[in-house]
Design a protein around this ligand. Sequence first.
Ligand code: HEM
Length: 246
Amino acid sequence: MSGSASSSKNSCSCCLPLFSSSIGRKWIVALTGIVLVLFVIGHLIGNLSIFLGPDAINAYALFLQGLGEILWVIRLFLLACVVLHIWFTITLWRENMKARPQKYAVKNDLQTTSYARLMRLSGLVVLAFVLFHLAEFTWQAFTPEYKTWVDAQGRHDVYRMVIAGFSSPFVSGFYILAIGLLAMHLSHGIASLFQTLGITTAKMRPVFEKGGRTLAWVIFAGYVSIPLAVFFGLLRYPAAACSLCH
Ligand code: HEM
């Protein structure tokens, strides 16, 4: 988190200390950020199973579906993290704006402002992307026939669905753009959360910054490898069996 956030005037004494102090709210943003980074890494590892072939990714998707109620608990927990992360980011930003007496034109402030702008903008695009992504692959709202695709073993054919989805250069282009913004968000956010949690020392700061950037771009490379592999025909589905695929 960047900038100095003042304690909120309208904080309520009956609330948990975590919610009612500026530091507490920063901690919530940082802790929910960690959960979301872990989800992004876990989801990437699961998605990369597509390179092992249809059986691997379809079995993985079936395993997730088989979790039943546990999957819903995980989904609700993730949703709560997304809501808290966004809500407290906005709250802290508004506190910062109120605490700032004037728009001063020193370089440091400009850097802080453009950093905050980048984090907000990239965060919003990632949110829009996740909603589009859910509509496409989880709710299958754009192509309802995805729901009927099953493999030889009767499992939902996620392999075919992903290849069909990325057969559109527009969809792939949007994914690559959004994942690039996600990487920018993470590249700043990961180092920042170590600072919020007070783990960073002056000596360790460059290490966390470099580590955060490296992790963010490894995540980027992993995710974009899938649409790129479809685009270059490395991942394909027999054309005769799928009119939407290559
Ligand atoms: C190449 C990139 C990606 C691919 C191929 C991909 C693939 C998928 C697929 C196939 C599903 C549906 C699983 C099923 O219902 O069986 C899914 C769900 C999901 N994806 Fe992705 N994904 C990608 C990137 C991302 C990114 C970058 C994020 C987050 C920033 C993300 C967040 C989610 C979420 C939140 C769900 C819903 C999980 C659930 O409710 O079960 N995905 N993804």
